[in-house]
Design a protein around this ligand. Structure first.
Ligand SMILES: [Zn+2]
Length: 296
């Protein structure tokens, strides 16, 4: 499939890019509650899961295992209410992230850094992590399907969230389409159907909103790069599908610390004057808009 929106990768933090402050003043959407059961967040690269749904994951983890953020270890769960047996949420990170600094950091070096960062970030939001380790830089549909679909079958999520297919990064698109194929198959096998979703509204894909009401698997997509290339009301964004996921300040504190774990994306990785910083502060702030956001 052709890669959509490739030009959007050129989005920068220059004048004309919508600031976090401008987004805060403009963005509004109906709220959505992610239901009980297992949430699986599919991240094409290490850090996408935190950028998109870090606060949501932290809030859910603290509800499922109240001891998690209380300073006690996981083995000291005396006060945890285990009566619900709600399965833990899981991040599935598809690529190894090794291609984030081509020409600056050797891929084998970056691979180790990003694995450690992803593990630390997952601990901070209290979520289990699976790393599929596909080579970063040009994920293919076949490779992602082969690695990801068996894991989704095994994890059997109630809700699966993935980067938005129109986000503007080819890997985000490939992963979104792969998850959608799995979701359609799961629905055909009797596990699926966003009974509560909003419908496609003319956006890309079918929006997961044409389910049969069984509601066994809900499909959500979260924007990452959209916050950098889009502006409020942008005609390329399916705003009618946008939903607001509420999270409190404490959950956002966990998100901020989880993101800090991804230091290779926040700080220059060499002393070169033009060393790349993938996520400078102004970019990071666009992920702290008072809530988290998904296309339903
Ligand atoms: Zn990414």
């Amino acid at each position: 499939m052709t890669v959509p929106n490739g030009r959007r990768l050129a989005a920068t933090d220059d004048i004309g890019v919508t600031s976090a402050e401008q987004w805060r003043g403009a963005i509004t959407a109906p709220s959505i509650a992610i239901g009980p059961g297992r949430l699986v967040v599919v991240a094409p690269h290490p850090d996408d899961e935190v950028l998109g749904l870090g606060a949501t994951m932290a809030a859910r983890s603290s509800r499922k295992a109240p001891d998690l953020f209380s300073g006690r270890g996981p083995g000291e769960t005396g006060a945890t209410d285990t009566s619900t047996h709600d399965p833990s949420d899981v991040v599935v990170c598809v690529s190894d992230g090794a291609a984030s600094h081509p020409g600056e950091v050797a891929p084998e070096e970056m691979r180790g850094r990003r694995k450690a960062e992803c593990e630390a970030g997952a601990r901070e939001v209290g979520i289990d992590l699976r790393m599929l380790g596909l080579p970063d830089g040009g994920l293919s549909a076949d490779a992602v399907d082969a690695a990801l679909h068996p894991v989704l079958d095994e994890l059997a999520p109630t809700t699966v969230a993935v980067t938005w297919s129109g986000d503007g990064h080819p890997d985000h698109h490939v992963c979104a389409e792969s998850v959608r194929r799995w979701w359609r198959d799961a629905r055909a096998r009797g596990r699926g159907g966003n009974g509560d979703a909003a419908g496609d509204g003319g956006g890309d894909g079918d929006g997961g909103g044409d389910g049969d009401g069984d509601g066994d698997v809900t499909l959500l997509e979260f924007p990452v790069w959209m916050w950098h290339w889009a502006s409020p009301g942008d005609a390329d964004v399916p705003w009618e599908r946008l939903r607001r996921v509420a999270a409190d300040d404490r959950a956002f504190d966990h998100k901020r610390r989880a993101l800090a774990a991804h230091a290779s994306q926040l700080e220059p990785q060499s002393s070169a004057p033009d060393a790349t910083v993938i996520l400078p502060p102004a970019v990071v702030e666009r992920f702290f808009l008072g809530a988290e956001w998904v296309f339903a």
